[in-house]
Design a binder for this molecule. Structure first.
Ligand code: HEC
Ligand code: HEC
Length: 212
């Protein structure tokens, strides 16, 4: 276990790195690699994420997702998408830009070796029931066993507020999932003319939160 002090200082340094594009810091010239990252081990790189994503990637939520135990390929892909402004985000774009491709791969490998632990959350019965129906019809094919399958990325037990925002982003066409997922989403929206996208995202997120 790393001490909290180390984690906090690494985190502070990371934030400073993430902010260089907006407020250049005298200490870090723009294309300088942060000294901190040079020679850093994979687990140390992953620990820089702990300030937000929790120790070992198990987030205390609710707007920050748990990232432990996801497939290394998925983690790499998502980090690259953040880095290249191809995935909506509030903060990860700035953070991902602070890392080289190699560092991202190292971190993804370290995180993928942790085990995913979903968070038990209170969800609303009727919303979760509707969410289950939606999931079974449109999502189960890939997010198997009620979204508990860890292949790529588990949905069950992921933080509800995070999922709601993320699903809504997909429904609004902001992110670029694989084509078949886009088709499933478009079909779901088309077949539920009486539900808003926000309602669809809310019901689905209640279902995934109940699946733990
Ligand atoms: C300042 C807080 C913060 C820090 C530090 C942080 N993250 Fe994030 N992360 C977030 C938030 C918030 C999101 C949701 C997307 C967004 O709004 O940016 C997120 C999303 C993600 C996702 C997407 C997960 C999914 O389910 O698709 C990955 C992967 C990720 N972060 C990896 C990392 C890694 C690796 C680090 C360390 C280098 C890191 N994050 C550091 C706050 C943070
Ligand atoms: C054809 C397969 C497929 C279908 C159908 C599908 N997905 Fe996905 N989904 C994926 C894959 C692959 C990823 C990971 C990478 C990506 O974004 O392409 C993903 C990622 C996600 C994520 C991001 C998870 C995270 O941790 O941020 C969410 C949320 C999601 N899917 C929700 C849904 C919902 C809700 C449905 C049903 C309406 C659905 N998906 C249908 C394949 C699918």
């Amino acid at each position: 276990m790393q001490s909290r002090v180390i984690t906090a200082s690494v985190f502070a340094a990371l934030l400073a790195v993430g902010c260089t594009t907006q407020e250049p810091k005298p200490m870090a010239a723009k294309d300088d690699k942060p000294a901190l990252m040079t020679g850093a081990s994979a687990s140390m790189l992953a620990n820089t994420c702990a300030g937000c994503h929790g120790t070992n990637g198990q987030s205390n939520g609710p707007a920050t997702p748990t990232i432990a135990g996801m497939e290394a390929d998925y983690l790499t892909e998502v980090m690259q998408a953040y880095k290249n402004d191809e995935r909506v985000n509030t903060i990860m774009g700035r953070i991902a830009k602070g890392y080289s491709d190699e560092e991202i791969e190292l971190m993804a490998n370290a995180l993928s070796k942790q085990s995913y632990m979903g968070m038990k959350q209170t969800s609303a019965g009727p919303k979760a029931q509707m969410g289950k129906k939606l999931h079974d019809n449109y999502c189960e094919k890939c997010h198997e066993n009620g979204g508990t399958s860890v292949e790529d990325t588990p949905l069950a037990g992921q933080w509800m507020p995070y999922l709601q925002v993320t699903i809504l982003d997909y429904l609004n066409g902001h992110n670029n999932p694989e084509k078949k997922m886009t088709k499933a989403i478009e079909k779901m929206v088309a077949e539920h003319p009486n539900m808003t996208m926000a309602q669809l995202a809310e019901d689905l997120s209640h279902y995934y939160a109940s699946q733990k």
